[in-house]
Design a protein around this ligand. Structure first.
Ligand SMILES: Cc1cc2nc3c(=O)[nH]c(=O)nc-3n(C[C@H](O)[C@H](O)[C@H](O)COP(=O)(O)OP(=O)(O)OC[C@H]3O[C@@H](n4cnc5c(N)ncnc54)[C@H](O)[C@@H]3O)c2cc1C
Length: 437
């Protein structure tokens, strides 16, 4: 009798999941293992670049990875669909029907068996239940939303240009970004760069005064996860770029084209982007009875195994993992997602051999923010720099780029990864500075 193959299902092909399935596909023979990636999209774009896609300074088509081709290359199977339900007793998952743009079913609901299930489905923006956020604000959670933002931005800029040209009017485009974390800060700077470049793209009467960017943060400083001196420098840089930064300002309601704050003010905004931190997708609670944190993330032990089920693991933004000796969970970042994916490869091996699992160790390498072409700032961690060290300029830019480069290596391996890095660099030189379609 032939032995049944071990089936490892990974749900979510983002920063954590895609690197994981590549490594598992390369590690195990197809005769003994089926590695299956379940993912609703057909292509992957690295999330930390979405603000560049949204502002048009990066063409996602040039950097995306097609799951089908990647799966064929690395020896895993790609199933195009979203995880909808987990049956822990039968050890199966069910995927939601995959629909086309007209709502017609492409792939019906499917049931897939697993021996081990790894959840890597990321997170969603936390709206804190504030009125009007879901209905009226935009988000930067995925490629579709980033593309939508860019299309609306371009249309709005064209409208302002047209009104200025035709009527000589002092037309302006007010944009409000809520959330002074990395996404909000980086997008603000990227939008300044994009709008400065638009004149060269035929929007002749478009100048710095045409776009008014307001960045609202509830706390006393931007980038609370970074050292105070970095926050202060970023604040100065953004203000020098003309961004109106409002600290200690609590948003109470988002209207169709307005943002109301606790101090009783209401500002008009043609476009509103909500970027106030990550929580677990509400869908996780409907999938199964896995234990969730207050933020709706799957609670895992330091081994990354769920506290509820020994066959189910969770990594990346969707998991809540408090490591021994710490009180706060591992932060939802690309570097944590990559490190967890690396650790998962060994954990799955140990689990199959019946060996004890080992604890995940998070190595914080520091945090960097890119203010588009204007500046890169942040802090590096490590023994080499003697703890935490604030950096900026060229070194910071190189360190910032290295995170994406490591992602390309994780996704494409040590042979193709460097080629992809070279292609990315060439594209930056040969392609237009702005994607306007
Ligand atoms: C604009 C922006 C800038 C950022 N900048 C930085 C930075 O500079 N440095 C840093 O460290 N971090 C940064 N981050 C955070 C970083 O992107 C995330 O921490 C990281 O992507 C998390 O990886 P993940 O694999 O857990 O989730 P994701 O990368 O979000 O991947 C989740 C995947 O799961 C899929 N999925 C969702 N639901 C389902 C389902 N039901 N079934 C199957 N698949 C599903 C999604 O389509 C997606 O492909 C940034 C984030 C944003 C939005």
């Amino acid at each position: 009798m032939t032995k049944r193959k071990t089936q490892i299902v990974v749900a979510g092909g983002g920063a954590a999941g895609l690197g994981l399935v590549r490594k598992l596909g390369a590690k195990y023979s197809r005769d003994t293992h089926d590695i299956i990636l379940v993912e609703p999209n057909r292509t992957h774009v690295w999330k930390p670049l979405l603000h560049e896609v949204a502002a048009g300074s990066m063409d996602a088509n040039a950097d995306e990875v097609g799951y089908g081709g990647h799966a064929a290359r690395w020896g895993y199977r790609f199933f195009n669909g979203a995880l909808e339900k987990i049956d822990r007793v039968a050890r199966t998952i069910t995927t939601a029907p995959l629909l086309d743009e007209e709502g017609e079913v492409i792939i019906d609901r499917h049931t897939i068996r697993y021996d081990y299930l790894v959840l890597a489905i990321g997170g969603v923006s936390n709206d804190f239940g504030i009125t009007g956020v879901r209905e009226n604000a935009m988000f930067l959670e995925n490629r579709r939303q980033a593309d939508r933002f860019r299309r609306r931005l371009l249309n709005a800029c064209l409208r302002v240009n047209e009104r200025r040209q035709r009527d000589g009017a002092d037309a302006r485009l007010p944009i409000c970004i809520v959330g002074g974390g990395a996404t909000g800060v980086e997008l603000s700077a990227e939008l300044v760069h994009a709008t400065q470049s638009l004149r060269a793209y035929g929007l002749e009467v478009f100048d710095d005064s045409a776009v008014e960017i307001t960045l609202i943060e509830a706390g006393p400083r931007l980038l609370p996860a970074l050292p105070e001196e970095v926050s202060a420098k970023v604040l100065d840089e953004l203000r020098a770029l003309g961004v109106n930064v409002r600290l200690e300002t609590m948003v109470t309601e988002i209207g169709k084209k307005s943002v109301s704050t606790k101090d009783g003010r209401t500002m008009e905004a043609e476009m509103i982007l909500w970027a106030t931190g990550v929580r677990g997708d509400h869908a996780i609670a409907r999938m199964s009875d896995l234990k969730l944190s207050g933020q709706g993330r799957v609670v895992v032990a330091p081994t990354l195994r769920t506290e509820t089920d020994e066959r189910i693991f969770a990594i990346g933004d969707c998991c809540h993992c408090v490591l021994p000796g710490t009180e706060t969970p591992v932060p939802p970042r690309a570097q944590s997602a990559q490190q967890m994916a690396d650790h998962m490869v060994g954990q799955l091996d140990r689990a199959q051999k019946g060996q004890p699992l080992t604890d995940f160790v998070y190595r914080d390498k520091g945090s960097l923010v890119s203010l588009s072409r204007f500046a890169t700032l942040g802090s590096l961690m490590g023994n080499l720099v003697g703890g935490k060290m604030a950096i900026e300029g060229r070194i910071a830019r190189l360190a910032y780029m290295s995170l994406y480069r490591m992602h390309l290596i994780a996704v494409h391996g040590w042979v193709r990864g460097p080629i992809q890095i070279a292609v990315h660099e060439v594209n930056k030189v040969t392609r237009p500075k702005l994607k306007l379609h």
